[in-house]
Write a protein that binds this ligand. Structure first.
Ligand code: PLP
Length: 397
């Protein structure tokens, strides 16, 4: 198949894409227009929890598409109710609002916190977020994010987000005022370079929120749905947040996200929140299929085993090539390089033959791994072998 140069030109040029068109996917493998196969450690950016085109998901979407696609969010539909029930039964939350992207769920969380502040905190509306955090690409979620330079790109920002330092409780405490309504964080900063918040920090944040009567909001768009080896990452620290957002893995590849809240914080009134596509049965049926698979008895044990294999494999490669080690939680990990050539390594990995390897350079010195949660032991072993080939091309042996 020839590369459609005019088609590529017709798309807005928002990122540097290689001249590859993926035409097929199965599990941890993708195939391009020329039949070359790639082991995929990106998986739609930590989205395809069950890999490419898993049977359960294809079946659920096909069946639902044949039955009913979109009756309107102004009516109940069975898959949305089923998925909301599954989330509330398996978490500390009581209510769920479905949306279409992580950013939209986070916008909802910000709105919900502000509404709660109007009702119970004398109009407090400021939310403390963190340096290097990432919450999405809408104006409010860009303003909440602590990504360098984002305060200027589309200035002026949405007001009300001061940035503290992750794992530094005093930096948070010093920003609390009577206008503060909540604290929002990723339990593991994903885009910022896979930096976990410590359990002690999560517990200290919970205590601070209780003391100040403000809300703890966890953005689990990247960490939720089993990615870190627990169904939700907040569960590692034994605390209960007031609000949680989910995205990415929840739909297994279709656009689905969720805003979850405790009953006392579910203060939206009719008309406050909505959206044309929100919680439609096509995407929530996909969500039910993913949820059923991930909560199957042995699933999380396998995620933990693969996480251990990945962690150990990366550490071995780091020792072998004199790198800086690895870090992460579950199947969200980075290999820390000894110099800033992660971007070049991503290219080398993709261009390997006969099989390529798809990696992400989370930072100039960090290679990020966010594979399917159900990847096989053999696929992971092959990934580590390909990575060894990449390192051999970039480091003196
Ligand atoms: N929040 C976190 C923690 C994310 O990692 C991302 C995306 O990478 C988002 C929010 C935004 O999600 P979306 O791209 O679906 O809007």
């Amino acid at each position: 198949m020839n590369f459609d140069v005019d088609g590529a030109k017709a798309l807005m040029d928002i990122t540097a894409r290689p001249d590859i068109v993926f035409v097929k996917g199965s599990g941890s493998w993708l195939e391009d227009q020329n039949g070359k196969r790639y082991l995929d450690m990106i998986q739609g950016w930590a989205v395809n929890a069950l890999g490419h085109s898993p049977k359960e998901l294809v079946q659920a979407i096909t069946q639902q598409a044949n039955a009913l696609i979109n009756p309107s969010p102004a009516f109940y539909n069975a898959p949305a109710m089923a998925l909301a029930k599954k989330i509330t039964e398996n978490s500390c939350f009581d209510r769920v609002f479905f949306a279409n992207s992580g950013a939209e769920a986070n916008e909802g969380a910000i709105k919900l916190a502000r509404k709660w502040g109007q009702l119970y905190k004398d109009g407090a509306h400021k939310i403390i977020t963190f340096e290097h955090s990432f919450h999405g690409r809408t104006l409010a979620t860009m303003s909440a994010s602590g990504k360098a330079g984002w305060d200027r790109i589309f200035a002026p920002q949405v007001d009300g987000f001061r940035k503290a330092k992750l794992n530094d409780i005093e930096s948070v405490r010093s920003l609390v005022t009577d206008k503060t309504v909540g604290i929002m964080l990723e339990p593991v900063q994903g885009e910022g370079g896979v930096i976990p918040a410590s359990d002690e920090f999560m517990q200290a944040l919970r205590q601070l929120c209780d003391d100040e009567k403000i809300l703890l909001i966890v953005d689990e768009v990247q960490t939720g749905m089993g990615r870190t080896g627990q169904l939700f990452a907040y569960q590692h620290s034994g605390i209960e947040p007031d609000i949680m957002t989910l995205g990415k893995g929840i739909g297994g590849g279709v656009p689905l996200s969720a805003l979850c809240a405790k009953e006392a914080v579910s203060v939206f009134e009719h008309g406050d929140q909505g959206g044309t596509y929100n919680g439609n049965p096509l995407v929530t049926a996909a969500g039910v299929a993913v949820f059923n698979t991930i909560t199957h008895v042995d699933f999380m044990k396998t995620v933990q085993e693969r996480a251990q294999q990945l962690s150990q494999g990366l550490q071995n490669l780091s020792n072998q090539w004199g790198l800086q080690g690895e870090r992460g939680l579950g199947l969200l990990r980075v290999l820390k390089l000894d110099k800033d050539d992660a971007g070049k390594m991503v290219e080398t990995a993709r261009n390997l033959t006969p099989n390529g390897l798809l990696l992400n350079a989370a930072r100039p010195n960090l290679l990020r791994f966010m594979p399917a949660l159900n990847l096989t032991e053999a696929d992971l072993e092959q990934t580590l072998a390909l990575l060894n080939q990449v390192l051999a091309k970039h480091r003196d042996s």
